[in-house]
Structure formats: structure tokens, C-alpha cells
Design a protein around this ligand. Sequence first.
Ligand code: MN
Ligand code: MN
Length: 288
Amino acid sequence: MEDNYEKAGKIAREVLEYGKSLIKKDTLLLDATNKIEAKIFELGAKPAFPVQISMDDIAAHYCAPPDDETVFSNQLVSLDVGVHVDGFIGDNACTIDLSGKNKELTEASRKALDNAIKITQIGTTLSEIGKTIQETIESYGFKPVKNLSGHGLDEYNIHSFPTVPNYDTEDDTKLEKGQIIAIEPFATKGVGLIHEKGLPNVFSINEIKPVRVPFVRQILNKIEEYNGLPFTKRWLGSSLPKVNLALNQFKKLKILKEYPPLVEKENGLVSQAEHTLKVDDKVKVLTL
Ligand code: MN
Ligand code: MN
């Protein structure tokens, strides 16, 4: 019987493919984002995090604010989609080269993912996966982004043990039967490091505290429905000034976690590829 991880994986893939078809020159990033998120619900799942469409030197965590005006033209576009079915998550990503000038860079992360999947089995060490990713990306003449990594997945938890590296960390921790992991290589023309830059539009709440103002309370109630998973301003229903006020309040209460865009340190272009796998006697790629 198909379990919820398998369901989530399939839906995540279907939504990613749908999303790819929307990322075209002269269309709006915000429109694409809204349609992709709607598709997740249509297929019977919920977003595990807001759909993120990061471009060029932004490796991850770019999420359209409600007033986003970005138009696709010649960017290198990474689409990251995570969905959950009752808390069981499927996470996958791909890169679309709208200029047609970054085929190799796009291929480098995809091939690194393929090669990493090929060696994944019970007992594979994290460093073996990292080494495979690093060597594949370097064989194309690019660098892996070292301070971004894959991760374990757990119920209502998108970043659990283990951390799955994108370079040889010499970590000899072995993969174990039953683990659900996301492998996500990033390849770049830059130095291979990212830093946080720009305004966040992905958030999570790490604790519920009492708030007095009714509309702030209402927004917090809405956020509680996400069970600790990340959310974005577009989801909170109220007017943008009210949402901003509420988020400021949560920040003062120290219950808000912010995830700003992650930008390559030398502004090198970045490509990404990601799949979710189940480590088992026969490894299963859940997001195929
Ligand atoms: Mn992802
Ligand atoms: Mn991931």
C-alpha cells in the first residue's frame, strides 16, 4: 500500500513538473508561485513550505512577497517545491535555464544528484555522498555550494537529522534503513558559499505566546495551522501593513524565525537539483 511519504513524493513531483511549465519568459513570478501553490491543494496535499523561486545568484529562499513584480526573462531559475500529506513531506527542486546559456551549470547539479542517488544505500556514509556531489560538480568546472546541504525529513519537520553534505566532509555517519532524506546539490560559478542577504519572506514560529491585539491573535491562529512548518506573508490573509505589524510583534516576542534569501558570496550563478529518497534495502526515490 502506498504510504503518505509516497503520496507526498508523487504530488511534489507532479507539482514541480507543473511549475516548470509555468516558468517562461514574460510571465510573472508571482502568478507562477500562486498557481503552483494552488496546484498542491488541488492534488490533495499542503505546502510543506512556501513555493520558492530563486534566480541567478540567489541559491534559495526567495519567495514572492504579495507585491512582487518580477517578470521572467533570461534568468537562471531554481524552483523548490515541498508538499506534505498529514505531515509526511516530499521535497524536490530543479533549475530552468531561461537564457539557454547555462546548460552545463544546470546539468552539473542534476548529474551530481543522479550520481549521489546511484551510490545511496543502507550504510553509505554522508561523506561518500558529499564527495560524489563535489567531484561531479567539479568535473564540470564549477563549485558545490558548501554551506548548503540536504537533510533528513520527519513528520512536520523539514530539516531533521542527518545533514547531507554537498562536499567531502569526512563525516563517516552511515545512512540507516528507513531514513527519509533529501539530497540537494547546488552548483555555482562563484566561490561556493552563500550568505543571507535581503528581506526575508519565509518565516516560521517556534513557540506560541499569548498576544493581546485581536488581529495579531488572528494571524497567529492562522500560523498555528502550519504546525511549525514555514509560511509566507501571502498566506496570512490580512492586509500587508497588518501582516507586517503582526510579524514585528512576533519578532519582539522572539518567537519568529526568518529565512532571508541565500545569495552566492561572489554573486556567481547557482543551479540546484533535489530529490527525496527512502533509504531501504532497495532505495526508493520518492519524488520521481
Ligand atoms: Mn527543497
Ligand atoms: Mn530540501
